[in-house]
Design a protein around this ligand. Sequence first.
Ligand code: MN
Length: 229
Amino acid sequence: MTWAIPCPQQPSLPIVGSKDRFPVRRIYCVGQNYAAHAREMGSNPDQEPPFFFSKPADALVADGATIPYPPGTENLHHEAELVVAIGNGGASIPRETALDHVWGYAVGNDLTRRDLQAAAKKIGRPWDMSKGFDNSAPCAPLHPASSTGHLTSGAINLTVNGETRQSSNLSDLIWSVADVIAYLSTLVELMPGDLIFTGTPEGVGPLVPGDVCVVEIEGLGKLTTRIGK
Ligand code: MN
């Protein structure tokens, strides 16, 4: 058997302290998982269960990359997020053992075409083109959980051109990493290679051509993304 066209490349992440790479299967994202961000998006964080959307795995962007300003938008937004990498799959995973399924953690940026998202919300259409566009998933190298331990608290910050835009703590997550894995795995079977972007704190805002956006999470280092002109 031969492929009819050249086989698409396997998306992957580098691993801190290793020459191996982590193959990425799917990217799931959690919506509105910090109370103050849910409020700034017009929702009530006390009343709503977690909800999910996806990005294609080939939307990953390496640390330090310059990406073109995306087409189809006039309001590209940054979203600083903790990214969880799944090492052992499962369905209906109990909350108590959920962290055993985590392979590692990374710093991510859930880039969003906010104007397209707002238009989709207004008329009840899907979010795919506002969230799952090309280069929409910058992600730093993965830290094995065997070296970092599991992250339940720690500062999460985002700067644009050196100015702080987002500043919070992982302890402010409404749904913890264990909660997210438990809940998501009741909807889909999680598999090795899946990533979960766990949601962003308040302070989301626009990126424009020429901006340098840096996300930092205590214990995981930084993710730098430049927006091309
Ligand atoms: Mn997000």
